[in-house]
Write a protein that binds this ligand. Structure first.
Ligand code: HEM
Length: 383
């Protein structure tokens, strides 16, 4: 009997050791392959998910949730998973580090278009950005439509249009005019004028700059020179500050994860819809330390921060491969129109209304418009 024990003991010890080692190997392999959790976020309701949490001002609700749960959060919109980045670091992870996997476009199935057609014909909604069609579109924008040469060759046409607008406004002196629009450029101009009316100091400084550079008696008779306008430092700072406080696309356009990937130690699963809360990032007090919610164009004077997609604290046009290709056109148009309307007219609110009482509420939609459209009266310029 004792002999049998002696014989079996080493065998049972070997089996025990083998079981322990194999368990250890299995658990460590499992923990190695266990994916990190989804980003945190508010608890979803059954079926509808977090839809009721978003409210009418989704950019503000999402900012609020990022303050509670962190810079990368996730929510459920019905069955769709939504991941939102709300800090400079989270935006850089999405738009730079994981740009290749997170730059497909999320296209809502509710759009009243044939998806296949949309994919082939509209670059904005091209669901995939690794195919030749999308690359060809981008190359056409870069090398032809928005190349420096093309943009400069169309300058005269834009200058003529700006001069036509000034003549039109001269016929409307003293009348109340709506300064509203729904596209990205007009939205930016409406917010810039709103801020300039409220900030007399900035308006005067801009007028001084325009007078110094462009208002000799001869120049006043000529259309504005777009090239000169696009180099005016204070005007440039005003355009940047407007796009910082009032980015026309507050959540950019929705991206989609074409593959599962790990971002900031969280899993972003394939198919997730991804937003970057540009609005929240450009008001983040840890980045914009000097009174982030106030209109202060001076913060951009002497600063290298730009909207070309390298500074992740300031992303009105996005960054990475899906970044807006229209930047050169948009910035020239906005600067030219602002320069034309400020150089040629004194603007005031109707009925002697106090600019401090201007309604600054936003209306969240495809672009972030003023809830109450801006009403202004053009007067003959006193300078
Ligand atoms: C103030 C004016 C504008 C702003 C703030 C703006 C902003 C943006 C933003 C945030 C995106 C999405 C980027 C992304 O998905 O990562 C975008 C995409 C785009 N923008 Fe703009 N944009 C402006 C003007 C323009 C203009 C004037 C044009 C052309 C005439 C234009 C053409 C496009 C196109 C084609 C895309 C889609 C690019 C793609 O999906 O590959 N944008 N824009």
């Amino acid at each position: 009997m004792a002999l049998i024990y002696l014989l079996l003991l080493p065998i049972s010890i070997t089996i025990l050791v083998a079981i322990t080692v194999s368990r250890f190997l299995t658990t460590s392999a499992a923990s190695k392959h266990r994916s990190p959790p989804l980003p945190p976020g508010p608890k979803p309701w059954p079926i509808i998910g977090n839809l009721p949490h978003l409210g009418k001002q989704a950019h503000i609700s999402l900012q609020h949730f990022s303050q509670l749960y962190g810079p990368l959060i996730s929510l459920r919109l019905g069955s769709q998973l939504l991941v939102v980045a709300s800090s400079t670091a989270a935006a850089a992870e999405i738009l730079r580090t994981h740009d290749r996997l997170l730059s497909a476009r999320y296209v809502s199935t509710g759009l009243p278009y044939d998806m296949m057609e949309l994919d082939r014909k509209a670059i904005v909604w091209a669901s995939n950005c690794s195919n030749d069609q999308w690359k060809a579109f981008r190359a056409m924008f870069r090398n032809q439509i928005f190349s420096t040469k093309a943009i400069e060759s169309q300058a005269a046409a834009r200058e003529r249009k700006a001069a036509e607008m000034v003549r039109f406004l001269e016929g409307k002196l003293g009348e109340e005019l709506f300064m509203a629009g729904t596209d990205t450029n007009t939205t930016a101009i409406e917010w810039a004028m709103t801020e300039l009316i409220r900030n007399k100091g900035a308006m005067n400084k801009l007028r001084e700059e325009l007078n110094a550079e462009l208002s000799s008696p001869l120049e006043r008779k000529l259309p504005l020179d777009e090239c000169v306008v696009s180099r005016l430092p204070y005007l440039n700072a005003i355009v940047k500050e407007t796009l910082r406080l009032h980015p026309p696309g507050p959540l950019m356009l929705p991206h989609r994860a074409s593959e599962t990937c790990e971002v900031m130690n969280f899993t972003v699963p394939e198919g997730a819809k991804i937003l970057v809360n540009v609005w929240a990032i450009s008001r983040d007090p840890t980045v914009w330390e000097d009174d982030p919610t106030s209109f202060k164009p001076e913060r951009f004077i002497g600063s290298k921060v730009d909207f070309r997609g390298h500074d992740f604290e300031f992303l009105p046009f996005g960054a990475g491969r899906r970044m807006c290709p229209g930047v050169p056109l948009a910035t020239r148009q906005i600067s030219l129109i602002l320069a034309a309307i400020v150089r040629n007219f004194d603007w005031c609110l109707p009925d002697g209304k106090d600019p401090a009482e201007l309604d600054m509420n936003e209306k969240f939609g495809f672009t972030l418009q003023k809830e109450q459209p801006l009403l202004l009266v053009p007067n003959r310029c006193s300078l």
